[in-house]
Structures are given as structure tokens and as C-alpha cells.
Ligand binder design. Sequence first.
Ligand code: PBG
Length: 329
Amino acid sequence: MFPLRRNRRLRSNEAIRSLVQETIITPNDFLVPLFVVEGKNIKEEIASMPNYFRYSLDLLEKEVKELWQMGLKSVLLFVKVPENLKDNRGTEALNPEGLMQRAVKTVKNVVPEMLIMTDVALDPYSAYGHDGIVENGQILNDASTEVLAKMALSHAQAGADFVAPSDMMDGRILKMRETLENEGFTNTGIMSYSAKYASAFYGPFRDALDSAPVDAKDIPKDKRSYQMDPANRTEAIKETQMDIDEGADIVMVKPGLCYLDIVRDLKNTFEVPVAVYQVSGEYAMIKAASEKGWLDHDAVVLEQTLAIKRAGADMIASYFAKDVVKLIS
Ligand code: PBG
């Protein structure tokens, strides 16, 4: 008896494999995270993120033009705030002439068609490295959402197309949507980091922005009182449902690879687009192992990207975006 089915027929050469390929990666799949610093002529490599850089605004212009030419049409902006401008109330986050607000204008100015998303959270502005206001060893929820909504408005006023709250305070989406609507920013979208886990994979990002929680008395050492427990799955559905009900246009799972079950859950449960953030630690792991010659960098990058998309990601925020586009073109 011959095997009743020979599945290998569909794998026997490149042409047939490409014909039956279910998941395809294109430049349209990516949001490109960009780190911005004060100063001039600065392009500094982040120590724990080899070949990833912080840019001053003048060099950001060049980078954004290059991204656009590669077919990468969306950016997610983060700023490194000078230490002397940090406090416990996000004061600098609301400065209309702050670094984020200027970064938005810079990108809009050089590539008007580029979709600009801005990170909304207090950590880069916080003297304590937390995403909200800290008082008596607690991260205040409602006082923080007040500031976050004003921050979102300020980004919209600067020209952001989408605001991307990554703070995990309760009720922040509603507060932001309400503030944006009241001020006439009806077309400004919200991409909510809805299922954001208290992950150990954010380390290199906190290096990039110098935004880690500080080690001091009465300051929580981690973000577990607001980011989700990696042990939980149904909670991701609850969090995401709440953000959609409050007005989120796009929801997100973060980090990527360890949480692909959650990506599939959200994709199967909700009708809104699902974004996935392949975070800094995921980037650093691949860089480190391939620098040692232990992994084939390009092959692993493509495989992970494919896996994230196959799991259900409609878009991927990835530090590998440029690498991937070069590899597939
Ligand atoms: C801040 C924020 C973080 C990331 C995105 N926005 C860090 C954190 O929550 O501590 C992490 C991204 C990455 O690791 O690449 N709210």
C-alpha cells in the first residue's frame, strides 16, 4: 500500500511551496519604533540593542525618509527625556514644545504621508521610572489618567495620527477618547496596549530611554501592580474588551513571542485590528545569539516575524522592520 496522502508533494520545490504559503510578510505589516533624543547630529547606538539607535531630530529626518522609501509607512515614537525635566507629575510631557511634540512635527514635515503614532505613558518623564504618578508607594490610577489624557491631546495637537497608551492604568482609553472628542480631534486614533504583560523582556528599552523604575524607598521596584501577570490568559480578554468598549481602534499584545496564544485569543474574539509588539528583549536575544554565531540571524528574524503574523497579528511593532524588508525584497 502507498501512503494515502503524500503531503510532501506540496513541499517538493520552491514554486509549489510559494503557491501554498499561507502567511506572507510585506512592508505594510510594520510599525517602526523610533527613539528620539535632544541635541544635534546624534545617532547613538543603544548598548543592549546592537544596530539600533537614538536619533536627534535632524538625523531623525534622514531616517524617516529612508523608512518611507523602503515602504515602511508607520512609526511609533519614543523620547529620551533629559533627567532635569523629569518629575512625578508628567509636567514636561504636556509641554507643547517638548521633544515628543517637536518630533511629531519633524516627521510630519519631512514625510507628510507617514503615519505617526506616539507612546503615551509617564515613564520616560517620571523621576521614579513609573508609568503613572507615585504616592505613598502606590501608582495612582485616576490622577495618572488625567495627565495621560492631556498628554494624548498634546500629541494630537502636535499632529500625531494615533496615540498609543502603554501605561495600563484603568479607564485611560475612555478618558483619552473623551478629551480628544471634546477638543475636536475626532480623527485621532487610539492604539491601546491592551494586553501588556509585566515582562522581563523590556530591559533594553529601559536602557534606551533610561526609564527603569528607580531603586528607592517607597518606590515600587517593578510594574506588577499595573502590567499583567504573565500567568494570565482570560485577563487579556477582559482588559482588551474594556479598551474596545472605551474606544480603542487598535488593540495590542506585548511582548510578542511568549504571548502568541494571547494574540490568537484576541484575534478570534474581537473584530478590531490586533497589533503585536516584538519587544526590545526579543531583539536583544537574537542579536546576542547571532553575534556569537549560535543562531542564523536572518533566518531566525524571518521565522519569528512569520510566527507572530501567523498567530494573528495584523501589524507588528518591530525593531527588525528594516532588516525584514531588506530580506524580503
Ligand atoms: C513604557 C513602554 C515600555 C515599552 C514600551 N512602552 C517599557 C515598560 O513598560 O517598562 C517596552 C518596549 C520594548 O521593550 O521594546 N510604558
